[in-house]
Design a binder for this molecule. Structure first.
Ligand SMILES: NC(=O)c1ccc[n+]([C@@H]2O[C@H](COP(=O)([O-])OP(=O)(O)OC[C@H]3O[C@@H](n4cnc5c(N)ncnc54)[C@H](OP(=O)(O)O)[C@@H]3O)[C@@H](O)[C@H]2O)c1
Length: 333
């Protein structure tokens, strides 16, 4: 593909699409948003007017067929990701898709196979991985400053008097785990890799959507992790890895931090790393670099992690009893 100027298309006009598109504007002129698609022409037009986008479509498929984009960003609810991503990849259009990319690991494996078959880039928008503070944090951890990691503690829970409807709707992949729990899981996976054993408990509402989840992970190294997600409490929302020589702590809203705290025998130190914008342009920039390099995988957003974390989500949902419409074959009955 011609990569002097990367033409982005935005699929869906909800909250996260708005934040992502705002941040895309922070990238140099080689990133241009040429098209937006919505289920309604009115929302597509409104979004296009807000961001100065040339083409506005009332159907996602029309955007894919339009020839106006090199890469799409998918900001629909999770159950809608799979069909749009698959159609785009089959059309040779690169895809950056919100997390979790699919409801099950089986669907993610399929998308990654389609991407390989069509030599087209596919990435999960796990923006936390591309945040400069997170990258500095994990470089510090890898440098051995706290010794061999023994424990991870991470939580992602918030409460609002009125939650967005999709979070409580099983048909829209609702629940705390898929929306928020994926962050402590990804954080722990980045620190320790895939666990040898996973145990989970959860409290569900009458519709079968999880409101509170606690997970315990065990590693063959002897390390353990305690993770939670929820929709009913105002949590510290922090993440920490600790070892014999100290700990590294990411503060409130740990998935897009401005600093971290290193505690060792020499004391406690706040490490600030400059960031700007909301934080979504870092992943977009990485996607554009990968496109220029002719890659089908973005090095900071690895396919293996996407699949393995969805396998862990599959297993956690199985243990706590959260099922979504159409789950049965992928989750093994
Ligand atoms: N990376 C992050 O920081 C972050 C933060 C929040 C959410 N997310 C992820 O982003 C995705 C969307 O979350 P959001 O908070 O942006 O949701 P949202 O505000 O509800 O927006 C979702 C949009 O998807 C479209 N859509 C397509 N089919 C739909 C359906 N059946 N019901 C409702 N909307 C439908 C709608 O846009 P049109 O009507 O224009 O088609 C809607 O505005 C989720 O997968 C979530 O996990 C990521």
């Amino acid at each position: 593909m011609g990569v002097d100027r990367v033409r982005w298309g935005i699929v869906a006009t909800g909250n996260i699409s708005t934040s992502f598109t705002r941040d895309l504007k922070l990238l140099p002129d080689d990133a241009v948003v040429t098209a937006v698609a919505s289920r309604s022409q009115g929302n597509a037009d409104r979004f296009a007017a807000e961001f100065g986008i040339e083409h506005a479509y009332d159907d996602y498929r029309r955007l894919l067929d339009s020839g106006t984009v090199d890469v799409i960003y998918i900001g629909t609810p999770h159950p809608q990701h799979y069909a749009v991503a698959r159609a785009a990849l089959q059309a040779g259009i690169a895809v950056l898709c919100e997390k979790p990319v699919t409801l099950t690991a089986q669907q993610a494996r399929d998308l990654i196979a389609v991407a390989a078959e069509h030599k087209t880039l596919f990435a999960e928008a796990m923006w936390m991985r591309t945040n400069p503070v997170i990258q500095a944090y994990f470089a510090d951890l890898a440098g051995g400053v706290i010794g061999e990691p023994q424990q991870v503690v991470a939580d992602f829970a918030f409460h609002k008097p009125s939650l967005p409807a999709r979070l409580l709707d099983p048909a829209l992949g609702g629940g705390s785990l898929m929306d928020g729990g994926i962050y402590p899981m990804t954080f722990t996976y980045m620190a320790l890799g895939r666990p040898a054993e996973v145990k989970a408990v959860g409290s569900l509402n009458e519709d079968g959507v999880d409101l509170n989840v606690a997970m315990a992970w065990r590693y063959d190294s002897g390390a353990v992790a305690a993770l939670t997600s929820g929709l009913r409490s105002q949590n510290p929302w922090t993440a920490a890895v600790s070892g014999p020589d100290g700990s590294l702590l990411l503060p409130h809203r740990f998935h897009h931090p401005e600093y971290y705290v290193r505690s060792t025998a020499s004391g406690q130190e706040r490490i600030d790393v400059p960031t700007h914008g909301l934080g979504y342009h870092y992943e977009a920039g990485d996607v554009m670099r990968a496109l220029r390099d002719g890659l089908v995988e973005v090095p900071t957003l690895p396919h293996a992690a996407t699949i393995e974390i969805l396998e862990l989500l599959d297993e956690t949902r199985r243990q706590i009893g959260v099922r979504y419409p159409g789950d049965n074959e992928d989750l093994g009955g």
